[in-house]
Design a protein around this ligand. Sequence first.
Ligand code: SF4
Length: 429
Amino acid sequence: MTTLDPWGAVKIDNYSKLFDEFGISKFEDLLGKIKNPHRYMRRRVIFGHRSYDSVLNAMLSGKPFAAMSGFMPTGKAHLGHKMVMEEIIWHQQQGGDAFLAIADMEAHAVRGKTWKECRELGINEYILSAIALGLLPGAHIYFQSGFNPVKDLSFEIGIKANFSELSAIYGFSGDTNISHMVSTLTQSADILHPQLKEFGGPKPVVIPVGADQDPHIRLTRGLAYKTNMFFVEERRAGNGLISVRGKAAPKEALKEIAKRTGGKLYEEHVDISGRTLDDVESVVREVELEYGGYAFMPPASTYHKFMTGLQGGKMSSSIPESYIGLTDKPEDGAKKVMRAITGGRVTLYEQKKLGGEPDKCSVYELLLYHLVEDDNELLEVYKDCVGGTRVCGNCKKFTAELMRRFLKDHQEKREAAREMLGEFGLSIT
Ligand code: SF4
């Protein structure tokens, strides 16, 4: 059994297991429907999803949708964080509302960071980089500790979560501090709050994450179901029988659903036939909102592969040589590329004869994930590598130069982003 641990340093070797064991769907099945897919989508870096169809349908039909993610301010923002920022920005560019949380409550409770450190790292490392990468005003950026809608919602959904459930997902024990447990609920509230009335009400919301974050997503989807007044179940597929159960809903609300759907009212449920599931769910949400409920849609998620560390193994914030930070000096970033592990052969003779192994090369990964936008150009690099006409020394120099230029350009944009903080309702202090 694969174990997913959001706070651990697990390496997920076999992504395909996730489809079977955790019910994650293949992203490539949706790819053909997406206009202008992001390079992570085109290049199968994003490999899985839950309910992304709901986001895609909203995107294609001009209906509201959103993307949200959170960053724990514990150290330098690096290329792994850039991936998530880019995914949020891409969804904003497609017409979605963007939400970006700084998970300072989690950093304080789980990693012992002071509030001052959280504030400084949050602004300097994460927020400035997100704006420099293209996040536009209109995006909702907040620190958890100063944001009452999330704190209030976290209290509310906490009523539906219990210790056994959280322990089963996160491995909490009797020694786990209570604020650590609360921080998991705060993250669930982060994910659900874009659907609150004050942010436009229920809508599809995608959370782009690495596969190790799936436990949060599963917990939050469960909490969304439990917090809602109604449970809608398709008892016969297609236009067959759909049942709406009221749990603790007012009887009047159930009556209203029966009236608006033409369904048959029973003591605690309504049976509806001849309507589609989408149709019924939409009526149920409408009625639930009128009666003061949340009517959350289960949050959607996309899952991306992790980048490997520059020295092999996993990228780790505690090993500076394993990652490139977005605030690393451009020359230092280039040097890290020159020292990175490649998929090259032991001798030049073998390289020319057998070709390199880009699939095992951290330098190639930098090109694929970050530095080459044009798919054809990337394909040429790949072909030259496996064909043995590209040698690692030159390839590293080429990549190091692209990295140097990227960091220089990004850091200039970060300076400009400082001037834009006010447009996001933020200040440097
Ligand atoms: S030639 Fe480039 S892509 Fe191929 S193994 Fe060497 S560094 Fe990696």
